[in-house]
Design a protein around this ligand. Structure first.
Ligand SMILES: *[C@@H]1O[C@H](CO)[C@@H](O)[C@H](O)[C@H]1NC(C)=O
Ligand SMILES: *[C@@H]1O[C@H](CO)[C@@H](O)[C@H](O)[C@H]1NC(C)=O
Ligand SMILES: *[C@@H]1O[C@H](CO)[C@@H](O)[C@H](O)[C@H]1NC(C)=O
Ligand SMILES: *[C@@H]1O[C@H](CO)[C@@H](O)[C@H](O)[C@H]1NC(C)=O
Ligand SMILES: *[C@@H]1O[C@H](CO)[C@@H](O)[C@H](O)[C@H]1NC(C)=O
Length: 588
């Protein structure tokens, strides 16, 4: 009897899990497991370890998914995601070796030279200068690159916006953007100071939210403001401040999207229990690109979810038996998986999801209502909060990706404005104030409008209906009917097949990161393992951020990853861009 009901419970848990996980691997394990009775041990262990309801953790699974890289390594692909001290090389556009330099050849030479100069600057400070010298250029002769961000200065600005000024009780958020705010903060005008203080105390402008209220989910600004304040108590040592400390899911089957979705659930719990969420071990950041305290931490990629003081305090508390006993700190084991994955959405802001407009089209119909709108709203807020500020490291990865994809085009654009003799006698003018304080706030250039298309196929079949690339493209054509100036697509996919097919659509420009892709039916987890930890994290993250920055969106809302991109859209000022999906979320 009892054995039977246990079996039932596990089955329920597992099928629920298969339904809930955005990650493909557990799903596949489950489905395969159920269909042919294979992997049953794995299945049970996975259910046991990841389901807090069973009350224990720490059963170590054999690393099923950590397959060994097979066949030829990525030696013949340019991998922009390895560190610069390794053999990364940004391919320089081909030089044309013709004895009679025609005008066109000269032009190509110049494009190539400028591109290489920027590549060299990207490697600063290590060896950029030396490379520039080899190109016969001086730093001052190189015009600034419109598609590259000054990561050092962005990191400074972000850090300032993500902390309290000394003796202040509010973060310095005003209606002036980033460096313009720094400019105004430094003036001595008393009237201006007064306005500034008033704006700051109202806290209406979380600086990572762009677009008007109409262009975001309802209460996005308010929600983000409150989340930040909640996560940044002014005195973390105050005994009334309580914590929830949780590692990121780390079973190999959890895809990067499922890990984020899980953390969104924990953030909801923390908020409701008035605890500060502290995220701990992040397996995907356990690689040499994440140095020092950023190793194995979310803070390698994004500014951490809470202040350093609170982190320190929380990590101190988890070592104290009394702290656990008194409940000042809790961990993942204190909550059931149901609470984490399907728990209540914080009610702090009423129920803004009841009046949000999804702006999503599925199979030709604009969806205006669906189930679980509350979860959709919340995940969007949570992922936006967690990714509110990129670190210098992530900024650098984005620069590399943009340079590889758009660098040559950028060079052509810039050269049209340079004297024909460049680089002869070229000296860049010093940076003016309007550049420093105003134009510096612009996002780096990308060819706009850009359509983000995320194509999932491969091993996703068990979670959602797999749709052919042709169907994605017919949606793209529909968008272009209305917006004929659209011809660029940021294509993110793990499947080589999709990249190959894209070549037959000559009327579109496709951009994608150059990484070895999945071929045939190997599992996602195996594929990721073959790429290595660093690449298999950096590559999807870069694609995610690039997709979020697009102007139009096509994807498969049935996949957690697309669902999260959609969340970034709806908190990134792009509600009105709409989202065309080839399928619907599994829970609607
Ligand atoms: C590896 O690459 C070589 C040359 O590119 C090719 O001849 C060989 O078939 C490849 N091996 C595998 C296992 O793909
Ligand atoms: C923070 O709270 C602790 C404990 O109540 C107290 O000892 C400490 O002085 C406070 N720190 C500040 C800066 O107020
Ligand atoms: C959380 O779990 C720990 C054991 O893992 C237990 O000692 C503690 O009492 C639990 N806390 C709460 C608030 O339930
Ligand atoms: C999509 O729409 C068509 C016609 O409107 C309908 O026949 C078809 O069943 C729909 N497909 C799905 C999966 O809802
Ligand atoms: C993958 O494909 C190969 C050949 O197409 C087939 O032999 C193999 O059984 C497939 N594996 C799985 C797990 O579907």
């Amino acid at each position: 009897m009892e054995a039977q009901s246990n079996q039932k419970a596990i089955e329920r848990v597992v099928s629920q899990k298969a339904l809930q996980m955005g990650s493909s691997f557990p799903c596949q394990v489950c489905v395969v497991g159920f269909l042919c009775g294979v992997c049953l041990t794995t299945l049970f262990l996975a259910a046991l370890t990841s389901f807090g309801a069973f009350g224990f953790s720490g059963v170590s699974l054999p690393t099923i998914a950590m397959g060994i890289s097979q066949g030829n390594s990525s030696s013949n692909t340019i991998n922009i995601f390895t560190r610069s001290d390794q053999d990364f090389d940004l391919k320089r556009p081909e030089r044309n070796v013709d004895s009679v330099p025609s005008k066109e050849h000269q032009e190509n030479e110049r494009v190539s030279l400028l591109y290489s100069a920027w590549s060299a600057l990207l490697k600063e400070p290590t060896d950029g200068r030396e490379e520039l010298r080899k190109l016969g250029l001086s730093r001052s002769a190189v015009p600034s690159a419109p598609h590259l961000e000054d990561c050092k200065s962005s990191a400074q600005v972000n850090k300032r916006l993500d902390s309290y000024d000394e003796n202040e009780i509010f973060p310095p958020w005003t209606s002036w953007k980033a460096s313009l705010e720094m400019h105004s903060a430094s003036t001595n005008d008393e009237q201006l100071k007064k306005y500034r203080r008033r704006e700051i105390s109202e806290g209406s402008y979380p600086p990572w939210i762009t677009g008007s209220d109409q262009e975001n989910y309802p209460l996005t600004r308010k929600g983000q403001h409150d989340l930040w304040i909640h996560q940044h108590p002014s005195n973390c040592s105050d005994p009334s401040v309580r914590f929830l400390v949780a590692d990121w899911e780390r079973l190999p089957g959890f895809g990067i999207g499922a890990q984020i979705a899980g953390m969104c659930g924990l953030l909801a719990i923390a908020l409701q229990e008035k605890r500060v969420l502290v995220t701990n071990y992040y397996n995907r950041a356990n690689h040499d690109g994440c140095e020092g305290s950023a190793r194995s931490s979310w803070s390698c990629y994004f500014l951490p979810e809470t202040s350093q003081e609170c982190r320190d305090r929380a990590l101190e508390l988890i070592g104290s038996h009394d702290a656990w006993k008194s409940g000042i700190v809790t961990g993942k084991q204190n909550y059931s998986s149901k609470q984490i994955w399907a728990g209540r959405i914080p009610q702090l802001w009423g129920d803004p999801w009841t009046y949000l407009q999804p702006t999503t089209e599925i199979n030709g119909s604009l969806i205006s209502r669906h189930r679980k709108m509350d979860r959709r709203w919340w995940r969007a807020q949570a992922v936006r909060y967690l990714m509110r500020f990129q670190t210098e490291y992530t900024c650098g990865l984005m620069n590399l990706a943009r340079h590889a994809a758009f660098g040559e085009e950028a060079a052509k654009l810039v050269l049209t404005g340079l004297p024909e003799k460049w680089p002869q006698n070229a000296v860049e003018k010093p940076v003016s104030d309007i550049e420093k304080f105003v134009w510096s706030n612009h996002r780096p250039w990308i060819p706009r409008p850009l359509l983000s298309m995320h194509v999932r196929m491969g091993d996703k079949a068990c979670e959602m209906k797999v749709v052919e690339f042709e169907d994605y493209m017919s949606l793209a054509n529909r968008i272009r009917k209305r917006f004929p100036h659209l011809n660029s697509i940021w294509l993110s996919t793990e499947m080589q097949e999709v990249i190959d097919k894209s070549k037959s659509y000559a009327s579109w420009n496709f951009y994608y990161t150059d990484v070895r892709r999945q071929v045939g039916n190997i599992t996602m987890a195996k594929y990721e393992a073959s790429l290595g930890r660093e690449t298999s994290t950096n590559y999807p993250l870069v694609n995610f951020l690039m997709a979020s920055d697009a102007d139009f969106f096509i994807g498969a809302l049935g996949s957690t990853w697309c669902f999260l991109i959609d969340g970034m859209r709806n908190t990134g000022g792009k509600v009105m861009a709409g989202y065309l999906s080839v399928n619907k979320d599994r829970f609607w």
